[in-house]
Design a protein around this ligand. Structure first.
Ligand code: UDP
Length: 265
């Protein structure tokens, strides 16, 4: 278990950058088979046509995602997550990402509400899993299992594993958020192939944070997720802080992530 040893310190600017996405950067990790996932403050929506920097968002998402992935690991739901390293970075296992956004919905909102003419906030008859093909040029089109297996993005067995993971994550997250007065409307996960010797298994990868979930306050229906940015509602950082606070990640008295020292009068 080499990755459990303290990691050799390599200054950020000397690490090899493997990939840069909209909200995260991947660097090569300290050991073979590991990567470092760095959370940026960039917020994007509508395939990056809308973009802003939200100071402190990356720090919050790093912490929230760490919290969730630690719990998933502890429950035996396999993930790529090893541990958080610092304010913006986590050590992860290198996986081969399956090019799908796996969306699980409990309540109608966003694209399903528009596409099928269902009023936002309507409880769905059961949890629904949808797949979108990850391709910016094509605007991440929705695809069916048929497309996924026919084009070889995942095998039928892998897709079964992906769906089983998605349902387990949904059950865990729904309960976790319900316990802190938040309704899990929907969320997106990405999965990857983790190779261990001759073995391969499908694990949850990427991040799970208010960037990738719809989270509504149980009592007020107030949005506590990226829709605040998509819909120009403001208060995005405060909403993410509230999610972190309710999960017990941020101390009630802790300073907001984006302010300097406060003068005590
Ligand atoms: N989602 C995401 N990344 C994407 C698209 C969607 O994390 O590129 C999440 C989104 O935050 C929501 C869920 O997946 O929690 C379902 O999104 P939807 O299909 O309704 O699309 P949207 O309305 O966000 O365009």
């Amino acid at each position: 278990m080499d990755f459990l040893k303290p990691t050799r310190y390599v200054p950020m600017n000397r690490r090899r950058r493997i990939y840069e996405g909209k909200a995260k950067i991947l660097y090569e990790g300290p050991e073979p088979g590991t990567l470092i996932q760095h959370f940026k403050d960039d917020a994007t929506a509508f395939n990056a046509k809308k973009h802003a920097i939200i100071d402190g968002k990356g720090v919050l998402n790093n912490r929230i995602s760490e919290f969730i992935f630690n719990h998933l690991n502890a429950m035996g739901i396999p993930t790529h997550f090893i541990r958080r390293m610092n304010m913006r970075e986590q050590l992860i296992r290198e996986v081969e990402i399956i090019p799908l956004e796996v969306v699980v919905r409990n309540v109608a909102a966003g694209s399903i509400a528009t596409r099928l003419g269902i009023e936002e906030g309507t409880q769905l008859p059961r949890s629904i899993i949808e797949f979108y093909y990850k391709n910016d040029e094509l605007n991440d089109p929705m695809v069916a299992e048929e497309h996924i297996t026919a084009f070889g993005w995942a095998t039928p067995q892998e897709l079964d594993d992906v769906m089983a993971l998605a349902i387990r994550v949904n059950d865990f997250l729904s309960g976790l958020f319900l316990g802190v007065g938040i309704r899990l409307v929907d969320f997106k996960i990405e999965c990857g192939r983790l190779f261990e010797g001759d073995m391969m298994r499908i694990v949850v990868a990427d991040e799970i944070s208010p960037d990738s979930c719809r989270l509504w306050d149980i009592n007020t229906n107030e949005k506590m997720d990226k829709d605040r940015f998509r819909r120009d509602m403001g208060g995005m950082l405060e909403a993410y802080q509230e999610v972190a606070k309710r999960l017990g990640i941020l101390n009630e008295n802790e300073r907001p992530a984006n302010t300097g020292p406060t003068l005590v009068q």
